[in-house]
Design a protein. Structure first.
Length: 430
């Protein structure tokens, strides 16, 4: 079985404190819950998840990613004017501010689209995407709160009234210690982390789904891995032929010891360049041929879009880190060959919450220019201009959007199982 351990993270309040400090802390925690006396709050804010885990990215910074749910409980339409993230124990310390166009960029409908305005109708609900980053030297607070400024109803009423300004601090989110540490899901050079975290309009980061009676962001930390060839190309020749993609047919590897709890192996490849007819997409086939591994401790690994008849494991099988699970393909809801990979907190590939993680060791060899990639109509062309003259060895980091990584082969043994340690445009390539 996979082994997990907790290690210290850069969070405040971790050291032992004295009796009088505990008294002061208890008083501060009362304030950290937000409002200290009753107040009418027409827009209700709550975190989609009560706690989140900071993670180190390949940019050398600490990242915190989560969502808020906002509902207008007043007959008076409410307009969100500003949202601030603050330290719960020191609410005067503002960590991030969203207003104007930036606020609207982070505001989403429950139908997974950008909100057209900052106004929320009576009984209306919106999602707000939070993506914070901090210096690696910053000591993060243990808990966050959210100060919101709205124009809305100022008192309970059954009919709409004239909106008035209101401000209040609510919605605590706990920052927790510990991260899953895994091996790479592939081996070889030139692997590009397409559609990765943490751009707010990224196709994975912004994808919410109503499943099993709840809203989930299963793919918030998902990566679509594609591979560059020696000439910096993701595809050569006819881009409508799956075999012309550098990554097609690559071995897909177990990132840790685990047990197979989900798999599909019967779907044919899609022709690259087009997505399948939406009428043919179901909950069962949307991710194509796939494997789900239970890594233990409530952590699951998901691999999607594998080649037909390439999956080498069956339900109930136990696998070791580095073991081949199947081959990279182009099945399901996809327009080009790639490996979709993410971790989640349940076995359901759509009805689970995506989890941050770090890969224990890899070489950072480049960064594809994001603006150039966003502007390109496809993935054809030479992407080598972002390659580094000298690769940078990395340990225990999450690969951010469009970085290029080299992964070393790892023997398929349990010696190093997963362990627990501490205005862009939306694109979909593939």
């Amino acid at each position: 079985m996979s082994r997990f351990q907790f290690v210290a993270a850069n969070l405040s309040g971790a050291k032992q404190i004295g009796r009088w400090a505990l008294v002061a802390l208890a008083l501060a925690l009362c304030a950290a819950r937000g409002i200290t006396k009753d107040q009418f709050t027409p827009v209700i804010l709550s975190p989609l998840m009560p706690s989140v885990r900071p993670f180190p990215g390949t940019d050398g910074r600490q990242h915190v990613v989560y969502e808020l749910v906002l509902t207008n409980a007043s007959p008076t339409p409410a307009t969100l004017q500003k949202l601030e993230v603050v330290d719960a124990l020191n609410p005067g310390k503002v960590l991030a501010t969203y207003d104007g166009a930036d606020l609207l960029l982070h505001l989403r409908t429950t139908g997974n689209t950008l909100a057209e305005t900052a106004e929320i109708e009576f009984n209306g609900t919106r999602l707000f995407l939070i993506d914070l980053d901090f210096s690696s030297q910053t000591t993060l607070p243990r808990r966050l709160l959210h100060r919101v400024e709205v124009l809305g109803g100022t008192s309970p009423a059954r009919k709409p009234a004239t909106p008035a300004p209101l401000a209040y601090t609510v919605a605590p989110v706990e920052l927790r210690l510990g991260l899953p540490t895994i091996g790479p899901p592939l081996t070889g050079k030139g692997w590009v982390a397409a559609n990765g975290c943490c751009g707010v309009t990224g196709v994975h980061r912004s994808s919410s789904l109503p499943v099993n009676g709840r809203i989930y962001f299963a793919q918030r930390f998902a990566i679509d891995w594609m591979q560059l060839d020696a000439n910096g190309r993701l595809v050569h020749g006819d881009p409508s032929d799956v075999r012309n993609y550098t990554c097609y047919g690559a071995d897909v590897l177990a990132v840790a010891d685990g047990k197979v709890v989900g798999m599909l192996n019967t779907l044919d490849d899609q022709k690259p360049g087009t997505l399948p007819d939406p009428k043919t997409i179901t909950v069962e086939n949307v991710d194509g041929n796939h494997v789900v591994l239970d890594l233990g401790h409530g952590i699951y690994a998901f691999y999607a879009h594998l080649q037909k008849d390439s999956v080498t494991v069956a339900l109930g099988d136990r696998v070791k880190r580095g073991q081949v699970l199947g081959k990279l393909g182009n099945t399901g809801n996809t327009s080009a060959p790639h490996l979709h990979f993410h971790l989640m907190d349940g076995a359901s590939v759509l009805g689970s919450s995506g989890l941050p993680y770090v890969i224990d060791s890899f070489l950072l060899t480049g960064q594809i220019p994001i603006a150039k990639f966003d502007a390109a109509p496809g993935v054809e062309g030479d992407w080598s201009e972002g390659m580094f003259a000298t690769p940078s060895p990395r340990k225990n980091q999450y690969p951010l959007d469009l970085v290029v990584a080299d992964f070393s082969a790892h023997p398929a043994t349990g010696a190093q199982a997963a362990r627990k340690s501490s205005s862009p445009t939306a694109r979909k390539k593939p």
